[in-house]
Design a protein around this ligand. Structure first.
Ligand SMILES: Nc1ncnc2c1ncn2[C@@H]1O[C@H](COP(=O)(O)OP(=O)(O)O)[C@@H](O)[C@H]1O
Ligand SMILES: Cc1cn([C@H]2C[C@H](O)[C@@H](COP(=O)(O)OP(=O)(O)O)O2)c(=O)[nH]c1=O
Length: 214
């Protein structure tokens, strides 16, 4: 993790890796491989997800994904779930030297609640600072692909949640908010072109992670 305090760079801390992308981009498909690879390198790995990752967070996830609500209520709930996740799972794991791999984190909020719903970046930044101003992911893997390809992958296999049922324009805004954020991330967010075979994507992922671990 990147602490902005005096603990930055401490050898006793683990690393925080997040997976991001539009629904159906292939995140879940590659998270297991990454966790397996990291464990093969002798690392303790905590695999988790957002919204969720704690008993309370999973209850909030059910509400967030299914219950109609005001867009700012939605933003506040994802940060509430995140605060719990940080306190109960992420921060203790990193402090004992484990590597945390999370299926989504705050970049998703800037993409979905910011790009998708239209909440201003300034408002979300205030909540971000409040919730985890001291901690950011060390590495974020952004799975990017055209919307139509992602839709084709998920449409047949899932009961679509509140976000997945949104119009194409919503998902286009989410996608471009992610790409914009990646461009401004100073290298933290690495974009993987994801309209390729799983093997090709995994090869790119392996190259990134091997370099990151050096
Ligand atoms: N590179 C790929 N090519 C074709 N299908 C894929 C690829 N990656 C994932 N899939 C399939 O697409 C669907 C969505 O993938 P998933 O990993 O669950 O996406 P996400 O977690 O990003 O929503 C799954 O059925 C998965 O097997
Ligand atoms: C973490 C987070 C997720 N989300 C949304 C994006 C996804 O559509 C949804 C759940 O994410 P995800 O776990 O990727 O869904 P699935 O299990 O169906 O692959 O939550 C937000 O809108 N804001 C957030 O901050």
């Amino acid at each position: 993790m990147t602490f902005q305090s005096s603990s930055q760079g401490s050898a006793s801390h683990g690393k925080f890796i997040t997976f991001e992308g539009i629904d159906g981009a292939g995140k879940s498909t590659h998270i297991d491989w990454l966790c397996h690879w990291l464990r093969s390198q002798g690392k303790e790995v905590v695999s988790t997800r957002e919204p969720g990752g704690t008993p309370l967070g999973e209850k909030l996830r059910t509400l967030i994904l299914n219950e109609p609500m005001h867009l700012e209520t939605e933003a506040l709930l994802v940060f509430a779930a995140r605060r719990e996740h940080l306190a109960e799972v992420i921060e203790p794991a990193l402090a004992r030297g484990a590597w945390v791999v999370s299926d989504r984190f705050t970049d998703a909020t800037f993409a979905y609640q910011g790009g998708g719903r239209g909440i201003s970046r300034e408002k979300l930044q205030i909540l971000e600072t409040w919730t985890h101003g001291h901690l950011q992911p060390d590495l974020t893997l952004l799975f990017d692909l055209p919307l139509e390809v992602a839709r084709q992958r998920i449409i047949a296999e899932r009961n679509l949640d509140r976000f997945e049922r949104e119009q194409a324009e919503f998902h286009e805004r989410v996608r471009f908010a992610y790409l914009d954020r990646a461009a401004k991330s100073h290298g933290r967010i690495r974009t993987l072109q994801s309209d390729r075979t799983p093997e090709e994507i995994r090869q790119s992922l392996e190259e990134i992670i091997v370099t990151f671990c050096k």
